[in-house]
Design a protein around this ligand. Structure first.
Ligand SMILES: [Zn+2]
Length: 222
């Protein structure tokens, strides 16, 4: 599976620098799991970032100071792991998947809710991102030839196609593809006629749903 649409360099740079918010970071990470090209790009950015960091270190920095820096980085990493591990995992319904579809292994660390119906064609499931309750991440599932409501955005929207494909007037996207939309994009994704489509999307800000679809907005909370 070779993706044709990838995260922008700006997004991959932010991922490498660790500055992406938790929701987009998760969706980008799922893309990276399946895209060697983007993993290589992130590796290059990380190398450049490391070189810049080295160049900015005072030449006379003592070994002790460097050890202290490493210890601080280790401690910060440990804190993140501890937070994730402390999250409750039980007391929720097991996530279900479409027939024959395995959700990304990376989602096992997060709290994936059951599918909920929204309108005649759309099913959605909220993904509780470990350690980031403010993150807006959803799985979306639309049958063959179904359409999502036409909508705009107040912030960025990062979408990774997991199964099937859709077109939205800008381009066509298939499994493995990544799409970035922002406040300049207004689109109505229509799923390909040959099968259902499952995507995972991180939304910053709110969707601006047009027409009758706006009545659905309070239910999805985005
Ligand atoms: Zn890629």
């Amino acid at each position: 599976m070779t993706a044709r649409h990838h995260p922008s360099d700006e997004t991959l740079m932010a991922h490498a620098a660790g500055t992406l918010p938790a929701g987009p970071r998760l969706v980008v990470a799922i893309h990276l799991d399946g895209c060697r090209r983007c993993r290589d790009t992130v590796g290059d950015f990380e190398a450049v970032g490391g070189a810049l960091l080295d160049a900015s270190e005072p030449a006379a920095m003592s070994a002790g100071a460097f050890d202290a820096l490493l210890a601080r980085i280790d401690a910060a990493d440990g804190a993140v792991e501890a937070t994730d591990a402390a999250l409750p995992r039980a007391a929720r319904e097991a996530p279900t998947t479409p027939e024959g579809v395995a959700l990304p292994a990376r989602l096992a660390r997060h709290d994936v809710g059951r599918w909920r119906r929204l309108g005649p064609v759309l099913s959605w499931s909220r993904v509780g991102v470990a350690g980031a309750p403010e993150a807006n991440v959803v799985l979306l599932r639309i049958p063959a030839a179904g359409a999502a409501p036409r909508h705009g955005h107040t912030g960025r929207e990062f979408t990774q196609v997991l199964v099937g494909g859709f077109s939205d007037g800008r381009d066509a996207y298939v499994a493995g593809d990544f799409d970035e939309a922002d406040e300049h994009v207004d689109h109505r994704p229509v799923v390909d006629a040959d099968g259902e489509c499952v995507c995972i999307a991180a939304v910053e800000g709110r969707l601006r749903i047009h027409g009758i679809g706006r009545l659905l907005q309070p239910f999805i909370g985005l």
